[in-house]
Design a binder for this molecule. Structure first.
Ligand code: SAH
Length: 343
């Protein structure tokens, strides 16, 4: 059995032609799977019965099932999914006034071992397939109450640019008018700084948003808290960002967790402002650290956070502060982790 979501519209058309049926059925199937939320081929009522049977014999639509679900007092919801090989991944839906964002995992586990992040605690299992990432989006889309999925961010577990081919395939389906039809500017790829992936991304004809998880503005600290920095140090990363902005004319958002006693003092703010000074289209998104008991990270006090923001603002940077969402259900940034290894 194969995941039908691994097929592009063209590939599905070819498949249907090979069964001696007209290829326009592929568009109908896409519409039912991605827009109308059919989870079974037998639900696709306007397809010939024989075609529904051929499809069901060879393909499945949804490759995961819900293993657990928790909803926060602020409306954020966390979905724990079990994949066909029993690996577990999490996705989160985050409703706001005029949008609902799906936060999607790109890998089962994570190999990057950032010191403040729970995602890597259980190590790396494997890359998700394109179909599995689409599963997450599909499941969220079909299970939101009173709201529509408008944005997708690859900020769940894993490093999207370490799973580049599958990621890009999924992004194109999310963006495609025949499938999810979510505008590229509403799709964000977040990376811990995997330079080869950023270089590839700038060559794609896609207007997606890029976020870089920075979290420290000097190599010594960054290499300690984010081992990826030993391979792709800040000088190279910023140079790569410069090229990306030059080539795409797109803004890059730098995510910066503020953690007490680690990177939130005034000298850290100075270093951060100096590091990003030369980037034409940079935005800083400050995130007071979400508490991860095992990792002992905590946010600085509100006045400290405000002072840090103020310093960057005065230095001429475009800076925003992210409100934590879903903390009470361990669904906030960096909190995603597999609590249920055995189900
Ligand atoms: N690997 C990618 C995608 C994961 S995104 C990346 O690093 O960007 C997850 C986001 O949550 C990242 O910005 C990450 O740095 C942030 N994060 C991790 N731990 C956190 C914590 N304890 N508090 C707040 N944000 C955290």
């Amino acid at each position: 059995m194969r995941d039908i979501k691994e097929l592009s519209l063209k590939e599905l058309e070819d498949k249907i032609l090979s069964w001696g049926k007209p290829k326009y059925h592929a568009g109908q199937i896409f519409n039912w799977v991605y827009q109308k939320g059919a989870f079974e081929f037998s639900d696709i009522s306007n397809l010939p019965v024989a075609l529904r049977k051929s499809l069901a014999d060879e393909f499945y639509i949804l490759g995961l099932h819900l293993a657990d679900f928790r909803k926060s007092v602020d409306g954020t919801a966390k979905f724990l999914f079990q994949l066909r090989d029993n690996n577990l991944v999490e996705a989160v839906s985050i409703p706001a006034a005029k949008r609902t964002t799906g936060c999607i995992s790109s890998q089962a586990g994570c190999k990057f071992a950032c010191e403040f992040c729970a995602s890597g605690l259980k190590g790396f299992k494997r890359n998700l397939t394109c179909g599995e990432m689409l599963d997450e989006v599909l499941y969220l889309k079909n299970n939101l109450q009173d709201t529509q999925l408008t944005h997708v961010v690859f900020m769940g577990t894993g490093e999207p640019l370490d799973n580049y081919e599958n990621l890009l395939k999924a992004v194109r389906v999310i963006n495609s008018a025949d499938a999810f039809n979510i505008g590229a500017r509403r799709i964000t790829i977040s990376t811990c700084g995997v330079i080869p992936g950023i270089k590839k991304l700038q060559e794609e004809d896609l207007q997606v948003e890029l976020s870089i998880s920075l979290h420290a503005a000097d190599d010594k600290l960054r290499s300690r808290i984010m081992p990826v920095n030993r391979k792709y140090p800040l000088g190279d990363l910023i140079k790569c960002c410069q090229e990306y902005i030059h080539k795409t004319n797109r803004q890059i958002t730098f995510e910066y967790i503020l953690a007490k006693g680690l990177n939130s003092d005034s000298s850290s703010a100075q270093k951060l402002a100096a590091l990003l000074k030369g980037l034409r289209l940079a935005k800083v998104n400050l995130i007071p650290a979400n508490p991860i008991p095992k990792l002992k990270v905590i946010a600085p006090s509100d006045p400290e956070v405000a002072a840090f923001k103020e310093y960057l603002f005065k230095a001429g940077l475009n800076v925003t502060l992210r409100r934590p969402r879903g903390q009470d259900i361990d669904a906030a940034c960096g909190q995603l982790k597999l609590k249920y290894e055995q189900i």
